[in-house]
Design a protein around this ligand. Sequence first.
Ligand SMILES: Nc1ncnc2c1ncn2[C@@H]1O[C@H](COP(=O)(O)OP(=O)(O)OP(=O)(O)O)[C@@H](O)[C@H]1O
Length: 629
Amino acid sequence: MSKTKVKPVEDVNPEVMDVVKEAEEVEEQRNLGEEEEEEKVEEDVDKSFEELGLDSRLIRALSKKGIEKPTLIQQSSIPYILEGKDIVARAKTGSGKTLAYLLPLLQKLFSVDSGSKKKLAPSAFILVPSRELCQQVYSEVSSLIELCRVQLKAVQLTSSMTASDMRNALAGLPEILVSTPACIPKCFAAGVLEPTAVSESLEILVLDEADLLLSYGYEDNLRSVTSIIPRRCQCLLMSATTSSDVEKLKKLILHNPIVLTLTEDNDKEEPVPSNVQQFWISCSAQDKLLHILALLKLEVVQKKILIFINTIDMGFKLKLFLEKFGIKSAILNGELPQNSRLHILEQFNAGLFDYLIATDDNSQTKKEKEEPKGEENNKSKKRRKPKLDAEFSVVRGIDFKKVHTVINFDMPQSVTGYIHRIGRTGRAYSSGSSVSLVSPDEMEGFEDIKSFLANDKNKDSDIITPFPLLTENAVESLRYRAEDVAKSVTKISVRESRAQDLRNEIINSEKLKAHFEANPRDLDLLRHDKPLSKTAPAPHLKDIPEYLVDLKTQEASKAVKLAGAAMGNSRRSGGGAGRNNKNKKRSRKGGDPLKTFNPNGSKRGHGGGVGQKKDSSDGSTKQKKQKTV
Ligand SMILES: Nc1ncnc2c1ncn2[C@@H]1O[C@H](COP(=O)(O)OP(=O)(O)OP(=O)(O)O)[C@@H](O)[C@H]1O
């Protein structure tokens, strides 16, 4: 077994170093007595929360949140965590990993007698890779505490906080601390947390999105934390994928862990949940605007929609372009202030707008660096380089609520990127779909994604199928308008809008901070989907006349709307094809048009229609092949 060398960390005070030495000795002993980890591949469990031994207060709280049945990862991990075992839990995105560790963690803290021992540091640390995730986990744990009506306190710290903010946050002696790893050494250095107190108090350490923590550059921070965790501390490592980083963390932190690798009956080893239907459209890079216009304006994809692009500029270009057609969207990127980002996420989750254009963490920086040095770029050399937040992540871990469609306007840079983007829909027991716009330049990467996703079960059939609900005629009918409008969205207007948006958000960010301290739940104060363009959209572009849209696409659009209404997704925004059509017919049960729509003419597809990609009845074949991203 490997021996962990605990590396001293800069800017840690001498007292920490003493504890580090002590910890090295403990670590040595730990390694001497180390036993083999137990590997479990969990299948075929079907237990209720009661059967998992969960406290009735938690079960009631879950019920108030509309959660009645544990997901597979929750069924597998909760009993082990309650038993006090260290675990490594690997389960795909959206499988409910957060509650899988939060529920037993809270239950364990319920039973700690707060009066018996005066604690000087939190009993549980939950470390996550990004601020957005920090906020998300903090909200989840706080709402559970509130619903359970227990005397527990959770706080969140981010490394942008000053020492006095951190001191204030920790003043009420919280039991649970949610933060990024960078905050902990910062707290030690500022004397806000005492390493010895942490050593004495810490009962549970959770590393969420473990596969990301090292790649986000938190290795030294984590080492300084792990160097002081006591042997008795229970450690939980949650991850969506397997990677060498997860293995490294496992060796660094865990003691004889139970390794839970999740497989599902009809979903063996596929990294993308089977309730996400994946589609693609082949088009040139220039035609991507035309195609996204057709998808959104003809309403052949279900709202809410998360659109991924690879550069911040492209995000603004897309927003300005869509605005001209009366389609309002909001933008999310790492350049925006943290308060704004959190607020945008909250507004989107609360359903205040339907379209969010997001730039995911690392890919956009890479692309922007690679942009050719044309005249336009030379001119802009003096432009202030965007300051991106290293702790920003959209694709990883963020729980977007009720996203029905993910659109890859730009293809992600890697297979992992694809999996995490797609994982923003079809979360837990809900379903969703994805549409990737693939240009010839992106085809190679797309083939890699396809071949990665193919497994023994579906090696002969593509797991990502051509999008069936958009005819060439329908797309072509919009070409003239789309190309005309695209020309009007110049690089200068994009740049101005980006600067304007940033200025607005910086001002908003301060307002938001003050306002939300007083009214934490008030979401409607500042809308993030306001138009950025200086000119109002031309009225004739807002509505697409029915005669322009062919019959098949009109039918597809109606079917998508009916299915949306059946799913309670009836709020309207912007006008679309068939706007004058006052069709108020009730949808038929199970009417997902991506499953039932037949592009060859018939309105009523049957089961196995285009886009139905798997036979979930075949639950018997067990895939043993392990995929790693
Ligand atoms: N048992 C359940 N029943 C229904 N919904 C659930 C259940 N457990 C969790 N959820 C919901 O599923 C969504 C996804 O959960 P969560 O964010 O924990 O997934 P995850 O596995 O951590 O995904 P990722 O790897 O992308 O972070 C959340 O909205 C959560 O509230």
